[in-house]
Design a protein around this ligand. Structure first.
Ligand SMILES: [Zn+2]
Length: 116
């Protein structure tokens, strides 16, 4: 009987070329959330992304299987293209926040000098 330990180092397996064991029992989740308890991918205790076998969509974008092990113990997967935008997800590298310059003039906020 294998123990499903919630150890953080599981996240280091995300881009491993070798699929972890729990991936074998994963079921396809069409809603990009746990099919058993409904939790989002952001609470998963382990992640594995099948970068070895990308699939091309009709508009020539690549998608691949993303495997998640939910905190309830259920393993599920979904296509990367089905992932909803997650403003609360902090696992992904974010772009540097640009300085608050006016996109048209490249100048800083000058509205403060105007009287309402
Ligand atoms: Zn779950």
């Amino acid at each position: 009987m294998e123990t499903l330990a919630n150890r953080p180092h599981h996240f280091m397996e995300a881009f491993s070329p070798i699929p972890p064991k729990w991936v074998e029992s994963a079921t396809h989740a069409l809603t990009f959330s746990c099919p058993r308890c409904g939790e989002a991918a952001s609470v998963a205790t382990a992640v594995w992304i099948n970068r070895r076998a990308p699939v091309y969509t009709h508009n020539h974008k690549r998608k691949w299987q993303e495997f998640y092990q939910c905190e309830c113990g259920t393993a599920w997967w979904a296509w990367s293209s089905d992932r909803p935008p997650n403003p609360w997800q902090v696992n992904e590298p974010q772009e540097e926040t640009p300085p608050s310059l006016d996109p048209l003039t490249g100048l800083g906020d000058s509205w403060g000098s105007f009287e309402p």
